[in-house]
Structures are given as structure tokens and as C-alpha cells.
Design a protein around this ligand. Structure first.
Ligand SMILES: [Zn+2]
Length: 327
């Protein structure tokens, strides 16, 4: 009787041990999970909904590391079905990859458009605005705008280094050209009789030195006469032929008498001789047609007139080469 009892007890204990072993084995092999679907598509087994949320949040953070303003979303809310799965299968699946494929992203990009062309792409409006202002500061009349776009992937975002290069290029190509000031009219006359190889450069206005344009004695009217004698009675105005600086104003003992010499630059000077009164002083700037003296009969003369002489680099040349240019 006792042996029968022992046998039953032994059998019960054995069965309990076997049952426990099988139970433990099953528990270790199969795990309770949630089968997860998004938009009807199976994306994987998660231990529970909380694990799904953790992985989803990891992926959101991953996208936000590219652009903090990115909008991350799923096309529909996930659905979960309770299930069991072999532990080995659970470990083989890659829920990160599966879920990453289902995640939708929407990036907002700001394109700097200059004269109809997209030049830069930024993820922040501030940066786009900043470059628009930089362009406007240098090129005020150029057409610029910020084009806001929504894209699913970020591509070709402009680095600040690159943006600065593009900025310099835009400014260089569009900056208004600063025109040099209008040059004074420069008339270059071809050499003629008596001028030698020297060509005077006449600048600005020209004025006849006397009121009268009549000539008493021409250039080389007698041997050695190196100017033109212009008719002028005593006390009539004598005018500067061209803009210049008074180089001499006073008595000239070589025969010019009361004399004015004007330096016009470019090696050209004019001489006005035999005056009665001088109205300018040495160093004075004069303009063409300005009163410089009153005519007279001083120095080596046979009567009142203005001896008008033109020198190029110290050599007397034919005054008609310049007098003929007076309109
Ligand atoms: Zn003379």
C-alpha cells in the first residue's frame, strides 16, 4: 500500500516537473507581442505599444537632427493585434528599418530667388531673408524673393560658405557700373604749317583773344614775327584764349611790354603782349573768354594791337592752328 502511494506520488511529481519544464520552455521560446500595422501594412512585432512609441520617437528625433522644423507623421494611426511569436523571429526582424520606411517627412525649405533663378536653399526663413537683404544692400534694383516650398526629402541645402560665394558672385555680376565722369571735350589738331611735330591738345571752350578778329600783321608777316597781331585800340578787352593758369603778368623787357602769359597744360602756353592794363596776377586760374588785360601800345610796337602768340613746349607755333578752332 505504501509502495503504491509512493509510486503515485512519484508519478505526480514527475508529471509536474515535465509540465513545468515544457511550460518554461514554451515561455522562453514564444513571446507575447503586438503585431503592428500601419495603413493596413504589417510593419513588425513589438513587445507592446509602448515599445512601438519608443522606436517611433527615436525615428522622429533622427529626422529632427536633420532639420528641427521637420514635420514627421504616419499616414494613419497604427493598429495592434496581440499575438505570440518565437523569440528568434522577434530578434531577426528589423523594426527600425520597417518603421522608417513608413514614416513620412515634410521639410519646409526657403529658396532665394534672384532675377527669376533659384540661387540658394535654406531650411530657415531667417537665413533666406538675411541673404535677400545682403543682395539688396549692394544691388538695390534687382528682383529678389523667397520661395517657400514643402518637400519630403531635404536635398541641396546651401551651406553658409557656399551661400557667401554665390552672394559675392551675384553682387559682382549685378552691381551697377560706376561710370567715370564725362570727360572734357578733347580736340586734337593735326600739325600744320609752323607747328612742327607738336600737336596742342585743346580743352574746353575757346575764345577769341580780342573783340575784333581783324589781323594787322600775320604770323611770319615779317621775318621772325612769331605771333599774330590782332587789331585793338587802346583800352579794349583782351580775353584768355582757353582755360589755364596765369604764369606771368607784368612788364616784359624783351619787347612784349605789359604782358600776360597763360599756361594751358599739355605743353601749351599763350602770350598776350603790348597791353595797357593787366587784370590778372600770377597763379590765377582763368577760364576761356575771361578778361585778362586791356589792350595797349606798350613794349616794342609801332601802334596799338594785341600780339597773340602760341608756344608748344617753348617753341612758337602758328596761332592759326588754334585760332581756326574757335567756333
Ligand atoms: Zn606781333
Amino acid at each position: 500500500m505504501l509502495s503504491t502511494l509512493k509510486f503515485v506520488l512519484f508519478t505526480v511529481i514527475s508529471l509536474l516537473l515535465v509540465f513545468t519544464a515544457v511550460y518554461v520552455t514554451i515561455l522562453n521560446t514564444y513571446k507575447p507581442v503586438v503585431r503592428t500595422y500601419i495603413n493596413g501594412k504589417f510593419v513588425g512585432y513589438f513587445s507592446d505599444e509602448q515599445q512601438f512609441d519608443e522606436i517611433y520617437n527615436d525615428l522622429v528625433t533622427e529626422k529632427q537632427s536633420i532639420d528641427e522644423n521637420v514635420k514627421v507623421y504616419l499616414e494613419s494611426e497604427p493598429t495592434f493585434e496581440k499575438s505570440y511569436i518565437k523569440d528568434s523571429l522577434l530578434r531577426q526582424q528589423n523594426v527600425y528599418t520597417n518603421l522608417r520606411a513608413e514614416i513620412k517627412t515634410e521639410f519646409t525649405i526657403y529658396k532665394v530667388v534672384v532675377a527669376g533663378e533659384e540661387q540658394m536653399t535654406f531650411t530657415a526663413q531667417d537665413q533666406a531673408d538675411e541673404y535677400i537683404q545682403k543682395i539688396k544692400a549692394e544691388v538695390s534694383d534687382i528682383d529678389t524673393s523667397v520661395d517657400v516650398q514643402k518637400v519630403s526629402e531635404l536635398e541641396n541645402v546651401t551651406s553658409l560658405d557656399r551661400a557667401n560665394v554665390i552672394l559675392d558672385d551675384i553682387i559682382a555680376r549685378n552691381k551697377p557700373v560706376e561710370l567715370p565722369p564725362e570727360p572734357e571735350p578733347v580736340v586734337v589738331y593735326t600739325p600744320a604749317y609752323g607747328m612742327g611735330a607738336v600737336v596742342p591738345t585743346l580743352m574746353g571752350n575757346l575764345a577769341w583773344p580780342t573783340v575784333s578778329r581783324e589781323v594787322n600783321c600775320d604770323y611770319w608777316g615779317y621775318w621772325g614775327h612769331n605771333g599774330v597781331d590782332l587789331r585793338a585800340s587802346v583800352g579794349t578787352p583782351v580775353y584768355a584764349f582757353m582755360d589755364g593758369t596765369v604764369e606771368f603778368a607784368g612788364w616784359d623787357s624783351s619787347g612784349y611790354g605789359e604782358c600776360v602769359k597763360i599756361n594751358h597744360g599739355n605743353g601749351m602756353k599763350t602770350i598776350y603782349a603790348h597791353n595797357s592794363v593787366l587784370h590778372v596776377t600770377v597763379g590765377q586760374q582763368v577760364t576761356a573768354g575771361q578778361l585778362i588785360a586791356s589792350s595797349g601800345n606798350t613794349g616794342n610796337t609801332t601802334g596799338p594791337h594785341v600780339h597773340f602768340e602760341v608756344k608748344m613746349n617753348g617753341v612758337s607755333v602758328n596761332p592759326w592752328n588754334v585760332l581756326n578752332q574757335i567756333p
